[in-house]
Design a protein around this ligand. Sequence first.
Ligand SMILES: [Zn+2]
Ligand SMILES: [Zn+2]
Length: 368
Amino acid sequence: MTSKVSSNVFRASVTYEPFRSEIREFQLPEIADDAGLLRIEAAGVCGSDIGAHAEVAPERILGHENVGVIEVLGSKAAVRWGVEVRDRVVVEEYLPCGHCDICQTTDFRFCKESDPTAGGVRYGSTGITVNPGYWGGFAEFMYLHPRTVLHKAPRDVSPELLTMALPLGNGYEWAVVEGGSRPGQTVIVFGPGQQGLACVYAAKKAGAESVILLGVGKDSHRLKVGRLLGADIVLDIESVDPLPIIKEMTGGKLADLVIDTARGDAATLSSAILMLKQRGSLLLATAKNNVSGIPLGDAQWKTLSLRGVRGHSYAAVEWAIGQIGKDRDVLANIVTQSFGLNDVDLAIRATANETEHQSIHVSILPWQ
Ligand SMILES: [Zn+2]
Ligand SMILES: [Zn+2]
């Protein structure tokens, strides 16, 4: 089956130079048998969009935390994806090849075919000159490539809340799958942005005994939300030294796991190493190259594990969608604002905590 939507023209916000986006019109071509078209209901702004918005890159439609309704569906795609026209779905940003060594594991997010830095395609990253051009969620419609990975999503939850599926999936992947949070443990999270809050929530749901969330002065609103999501204590590390408090809380045992979602700089990593117990784990969700001044000798002496983390598995997003359905009142505390398609630049600045809005996770509602 091939078909078209009625008007054939739709609007998208194209980021055409650093910090600047504008509305442009796109033509909808026919959709092939193995592809589809998504009517975007809501597209979340990811923390990674802050960096993407600032970089010199080909013109593109950002937005990869996409929730929408299947508008057009090829007959082969319907069979392959197991969905029907008008189903609501959460779309993974990854477009994995499905048959390489990596795709044979739960790590399909690392497939080279979906790595824009290696010439692959990915929702919210690929440029408008790559056919058919509409690869991002900050738009009324988005192309569904044959390699799309979908999750069916409930109808009785708001699309804005469902845009948390990917960042909450990251929180589960990092705090639980990679970090092994479990009953009896002390987990420390640096950074109360959407990813840090998702880690707090997931660690607590996995039964961690104490979850400690660390932020700075301008994060006071986010730290309060951290308490609502399950953090046992939240600390502004510009006004208190967290180490004595962590020692006291743990009876001197220190932490099992530290997750850095904040800076990846020498100050953060040095204090993380001091906070960890023997054989503790340090997860880097952000990091810079050529950082000096990190006490790696102490890390070796404590036999610490250090691991980078990036993105989520399919199962983590399924878990997140389930939690959004069950625990919507709590998770709604992270979802702070929505913006129209004209305000993509403002929405990204709000995500960076650079506006007067006390934003955490914001969405673009393209039909607003
Ligand atoms: Zn993201
Ligand atoms: Zn692959």
